[in-house]
Design a protein around this ligand. Structure first.
Ligand SMILES: NC(=O)C1=CN([C@@H]2O[C@H](COP(=O)(O)OP(=O)(O)OC[C@H]3O[C@@H](n4cnc5c(N)ncnc54)[C@H](OP(=O)(O)O)[C@@H]3O)[C@@H](O)[C@H]2O)C=CC1
Ligand SMILES: O=C([O-])CC(=O)C(=O)O
Length: 267
């Protein structure tokens, strides 16, 4: 009797090893059949442990021949890595989708996907219900309102720049009201969720409000969908990642869930 074929190993590239990257690595390596190649500017002294290896740069990542790449770094890293991966036929599961506020980059990504057949996977990230939003938005009358409400601890640098640190300790401060592209351009580390929602709903149908609120318990995201198919409201009150208060801890789980689904048979 011949030996059973070895189970496949999925080779996953990971860009970024901060709050989300470290959680993604831990979660994915706990899944059988996954190997990680990690691109980071700061490799931990003890390395990454079994199942993961450090990759120096974009070229090393492409040479490693990943089956898919998870981006968990920054909008700049998305712009630097995503086009090259997609051009090489490698699908990307991205956290920093706020980078798509840049219409030229968005168009370039679409052209690369059309040309190579590779795909940019936009996970639900810090929010959810994206399938519901996309379904409702097939009716052009649908309108979506997104409110991001985080404690001032998630906005320390931004509030200081605006001279609003003290005001934000006393009551809610509105940091932005407008469209999702401008929100992500102004606050690239905090408005990926707004861009994710707008990609599903349509940019012209999505309005965004951003609040720093001392009464906020966790990173709260409220989404209201109104249209001919009904009115719906979703509210996500997320625990912040202990390593980065701007980031909801569930985001890493969303990236891993999206990656496992991408490799799976059920889409
Ligand atoms: N889609 C969503 O719903 C959400 C998306 N996000 C986004 O996810 C991304 C990661 O968030 P988080 O982990 O909290 O951020 P952190 O700041 O904790 O970690 C980011 C990591 O990426 C590294 N990095 C940044 N730029 C580059 C680059 N050009 N090349 C290589 N490494 C790079 C940083 O390295 P170094 O330390 O050397 O700078 C750091 O290790 C952010 O863009 C964030 O805005 C966050 C929450 C929700
Ligand atoms: O993690 C969150 O709560 C949301 C966030 O930072 C983002 O959308 O970029």
């Amino acid at each position: 009797m011949s030996a059973a074929a070895a189970d496949p190993v999925w080779r996953v590239g990971l860009i970024g090893y901060g709050a989300i990257g470290q959680s993604v690595a831990r979660l994915l390596l706990a899944q059988p059949g996954h190997a990680l190649g990690i691109v980071t500017r700061s490799v931990p002294a003890g390395g990454f442990g079994p199942g993961a290896e450090a990759l120096g740069d974009l070229e090393a990542l492409l040479d490693w021949r990943p089956d898919a790449v998870i981006e968990a770094a920054s909008a700049d890293a998305f712009a630097a890595f995503a086009p090259a991966c997609l051009a090489a036929g490698i699908d990307i599961v991205a956290a920093s989708v706020g980078a798509l506020q840049d219409a030229a980059l968005h168009e370039r990504i679409k052209c690369l996907c059309d040309r190579t057949g590779s795909r940019l996977v936009v996970p639900s990230g810090a929010v959810g219900g994206i399938d519901h939003i996309a379904a409702a938005a097939l009716r052009p009358e649908t309108r979506v309102t997104y409110i991001s409400r985080k404690p001032p601890a998630a906005w320390v640098a931004e509030l200081a720049t605006l001279g609003l640190s003290e005001a934000a300790q006393k009551g809610p401060v509105t940091l932005f009201e407008g469209d999702a592209r401008e929100a992500a351009a102004r606050y690239p580390k905090n408005l990926n969720a707004g861009l994710t929602i707008a990609l599903a709903a349509g940019f012209d149908r999505t309005s965004v409000q951003v609040l720093a609120d001392p009464a906020a318990t966790g990173n709260t995201h409220e989404i209201r969908i109104e249209g001919p198919l009904g009115d719906s409201a979703m509210r996500f009150c997320n625990a912040p990642d202990p390593a980065n208060p701007k980031t909801s801890a569930i985001t890493a789980y969303s990236l891993v869930a999206a990656t496992l689904r991408h490799f799976g048979t059920l889409q």
